[in-house]
Design a protein around this ligand. Structure first.
Ligand code: PLP
Length: 380
């Protein structure tokens, strides 16, 4: 019997985990006020950059004594800048449970050659932060975008600690509560939860991180785009929007628009609620079907942004080929684009649930997922 395709389709099939869907209200016309063809050092450019920083602070609830900077090379740039500038003063602990965290381990152990304890967990699991020595400098990812596993909360991080915590929060910021008192360096990029454009990274520094920057000079050379100090003092201008090098004013305008949209849906509380409701649609679907499961083993650590799924049906002959075929079928039908699991992750699907995705679109996608699954089982 032919399998019937569902009648309704998601209005927006963009479920990629980065670049992520633009805010639902996005249109190119909204960027017409961009300071194009103007210097980013002119008042108009500097104002926009400063507004981007201060609106980020307002929405994320970043304390007034924390510094926020817009830096080159997206989240990777922000993380590299942090690690190359701050690590080496004391022992480090590298914590990783998926591909991006593993990338930071390589950097620190193989490139910077820092004395580090490496703690890893397999895809679907997490390292228990209670086992980490926070008197070392600790590098970790808040939400593992490629495994769909996140830190449940910051309780395991002591408020008084000797080391710094350096947190890659690129797929968590604007979707999850980040405990600022537990985080000394936090990074993210614009193209994730807010659906902004790539290229620029955000770095947020606690007073303790600034103190380290001003009191410690790494033994290795630092390229200009990593340098946050001059003559042993923080370059304050970076944290007022005087960027190290030239930013895209079009990307800045787009980020400003995304921030305005974020405010319109209730700011951080609204954004978290949107991601939670989105992820729940998929969690409920998994509960109701025995052939699909969340890659995150412990529900307390299940991501509400990058929801990763595995197929568990015994009839599946080749897991990797099957997952690819399901993702391809959904892409060809234009109901879900870019939802194959990350290239290093276990075979399966990854569906973005950050706040720019509409819950109704996920609800419309679920019957298609079932349809594609049944069609591929039949086609094997
Ligand atoms: C957890 C994590 N870290 C780092 C990156 C790299 O981000 P970017 O491409 O913005 O440098 C990503 C991208 O998906 C990510 O998910």
């Amino acid at each position: 019997m032919a399998i019937q395709a569902p009648a309704a389709r998601p209005a927006n099939p963009r479920f990629s985990s980065g670049p992520c869907a633009k805010p639902p209200v996005f249109s190119l016309d909204k960027l017409s006020d961009a300071a194009l063809g103007r210097s980013h050092r002119a008042a108009v450019g500097k104002d926009k950059l400063k507004t981007a920083i201060e609106t980020t602070r307002e929405i994320l609830g970043v304390p007034a004594d924390y510094k926020i900077g817009i830096v080159p090379a997206s989240d990777t740039g922000a993380m590299e800048m942090a690690m190359w500038s701050l690590l080496g003063a004391r022992k480090a602990t590298m914590v990783a449970w998926e591909s991006f965290g593993a990338g930071w381990v390589t950097d620190v152990v193989k490139q910077l050659k820092i004395d580090a304890e490496v703690k890893t967990a397999d895809y679907g699991e997490i390292v228990d932060l209670a086992t980490v020595d926070f008197d070392t400098d600790v590098v970790f990812t808040w939400n593992g975008t490629t495994s769909g596993v996140r830190v449940p909360n910051g309780d395991a991080i002591p408020a008084t600690r000797e080391g710094l915590t350096i947190c890659d929060a690129t797929s968590a910021a604007f979707a999850m509560d980040l405990p600022w008192d537990k985080l000394d360096v936090t990074t993210f990029s614009w193209q994730k939860v807010l659906g902004g454009e790539a290229a620029h990274g955000m770095i947020i520094l606690s007073p303790r991180a600034v103190e380290r920057l001003e009191s410690y000079t790494p033994s290795w050379p630092l390229p200009k785009i990593f340098r946050m100090t001059k003559g042993g003092k923080l370059i304050e201008g970076i944290f007022r929007g005087e960027t190290i090098n030239t930013p895209s004013m079009l990307a800045v305008e787009d980020y400003l628009q995304a921030l305005e949209w974020a405010k319109s849906v209730g700011g951080l509380t609204g954004l978290i609620a949107r991601a939670d409701a989105n992820a729940k649609v998929i969690w409920d679907f998994c509960e109701a079907h025995d052939w699909i499961a969340n890659l995150a083993i412990d529900p307390a650590t299940a991501s509400t942004t990058s929801v990763c799924l595995k197929f568990t049906d015994a009839r599946i002959k080749d897991g990797a080929a099957f997952a690819k075929s399901v993702a391809k079928r959904l892409g060809d039908e234009n109901v879900a684009l870019d939802i194959g699991a990350y290239r290093d992750a276990p075979a399966g699907l990854r569906i973005w649930c950050g706040g720019t995705v509409e819950t109704a679109d996920l609800e419309a996608l679920m019957p298609w997922l079932e349809y594609a699954f049944e069609a591929e089982i039949a086609a094997q």
